[in-house]
Design a binder for this molecule. Structure first.
Ligand code: BG6
Length: 447
């Protein structure tokens, strides 16, 4: 079946950095589809390709059509309809995949534009799908509104809501590690785990994405989606099977047992405030503590810190195990056992245990038992977006959050969305509020 992807937001940062490279990789891997890229900034395909840096990619260029497009503009709609009609030609059985990578305030217009365009197309056995980027809405209320609008044009089965973290190898691996290993299953609960740290520090600022980011902020950008999805993968119960429905069922149970987060701090890096005219306090960093009130996890604090403009890029999960007692003769306090899941720069999992220090009588040292994904499997797994887009082409819904997950996640972050208290932090430093969040509980961030 012929497939055509209609890319709204084709000149945006996401299209340039992630989507176009993923389309190119899929085309080179043998998939056959066309991309119609839409944008306001460029008047013709050559200047678009030149500016976006794809002019030399012959395979991609052979399948790409740039169409200048403004939302809610009848000339643009006619232009796109004509381009689509041309591509459809006389063929029978064509699937149109509308992909919205815009800020949420433009969703509504985009969906209505899509409805008008699609209704005017002529062809035999025309099928449609829609893909919507995160954040899905601004809050729970707007998410519901957008979903209702989507459902007036598409069936739920045709809607793909994106969280690219579900396409990451480490996320899928968390489930395999937890549910394919009885030893891990045995210790993955409040009897053994003391606390969990999730650290996602990024070195970059908001850069060219300022316009988008200003309206979004860190909570909508990464917490309501990526971080809460990580939490579900760490704490969900064992699904009956690995079908999308059963996995989502378990994730929703976890999300419903997380109380809205009230223990949090928001911060903004100093140079962003200096560079902006407006004084809107867009948070670029957030640290918080949450709990999952299920039988297995109640009472385990989960500390999270994530945001932009840090000295070092760091993506990791630290699982600290309980420390029941010191050495057998009670003479030494031993370092805690821990599991360290590193996601960036390489995916590794270390189990930290205490071993004998050579040449000393019963002295110990913490050492790491190490799993290195690349060295073990010798393969580079495809980029998350490539995996996600491949699933869309194949109509496989296994790597997409359900609407119920999205609604529960908005509820969990709702107190953060209402807060206007935003501390400032110097560029490339950890906000002091992030440090005090964990130190108040007598713990420190894993370094
Ligand atoms: C995106 C956010 O969804 O995820 C970005 O919009 C963030 O702000 C990015 O930098 C992080 O994703 P990754 O794949 O680079 O870890």
């Amino acid at each position: 079946m012929k497939q055509i992807i209609i890319q709204f937001g084709g000149t945006g940062d996401l299209a340039r950095k992630k989507l176009l490279p993923a389309y190119s990789a899929l085309l080179k891997a043998g998939y056959d589809f066309h991309i119609i890229s839409l944008g306001r900034r460029f008047s013709d395909q050559d200047s678009y390709a030149e500016h976006i840096g794809i002019a030399e990619d012959e395979v991609l260029m052979n399948h790409l059509h740039y169409v200048p497009f403004s939302m809610e503009d009848s000339i643009s709609k006619r232009r796109l309809t004509a381009e689509l009609q041309d591509l459809i030609g006389e063929a029978c059985g064509i699937e149109l995949i509308y992909y919205i990578a815009l800020q949420p305030s433009l969703y509504e217009s985009a969906i209505y534009d899509i409805r008008d365009i699609h209704d005017n197309l002529e062809g035999c056995q025309l099928k449609k799908k829609i893909v919507v980027e995160k954040p899905f809405g601004f809050d729970q209320e707007s998410a519901k509104k957008y979903n209702d609008i989507l459902l007036s044009v598409f069936e739920d089965q045709q809607i793909y809501r994106i969280d690219h973290y579900l396409g990451k190898e480490f996320m899928q691996n968390l489930l395999v590690m937890r549910f394919y290993n009885d030893v891990i299953k045995g210790i993955w609960n409040k009897h053994y785990i003391d606390h969990i740290q999730i650290i996602f520090d990024e070195v970059y600022g908001v850069d060219q994405r300022l316009g988008f980011y200003e309206q979004i902020g860190v909570v909508r950008d990464t917490i309501q989606n990526h971080i809460l999805q990580i939490v579900t993968h760490l704490t969900m119960g064992e699904p009956v099977d690995f079908s999308p429905q059963e996995i989502s069922h378990e994730k929703v149970k976890v999300l419903r047992s997380i109380p809205p987060i009230t223990d949090f701090y928001l911060a903004q890096y100093a140079s962003l405030k200096q560079s902006k005219q407006s004084s809107a306090p867009t948070p670029t960093y957030c640290s918080f503590k949450l709990t999952v009130d299920t039988f297995d996890f109640s009472g385990i604090p989960i500390y999270v810190r994530t945001g932009k403009m840090q000295k070092e890029a760091k993506s990791m999960i630290y699982i600290a195990f309980k420390h029941f007692r010191s050495s057998p003769d009670r003479s030494r306090d031993l370092p805690e056992n821990a599991m360290i899941i590193t996601i960036h720069p390489e995916m590794t999992i270390d189990l930290q245990i205490n071993m004998k220090q050579p040449g000393s009588p019963w002295e110990s040292k913490p050492v790491r038992l190490n799993f290195d994904h690349f060295n073990t499997f010798k393969v580079n797994t495809p980029e998350a977006y490539q995996q996600i887009l491949e699933k869309i082409l194949l109509s496989d819904k296994s790597l997409f959050p359900s609407m119920q997950e999205i609604m529960e996640s908005w509820n969990i972050v709702s107190p953060m969305l209402r807060s206007t208290e935003v501390e400032q932090y110097d560029d490339k430093t950890l906000p002091s509020c992030a440090v005090s969040l964990i130190e108040e509980d007598g713990r420190v961030w894993f370094e």
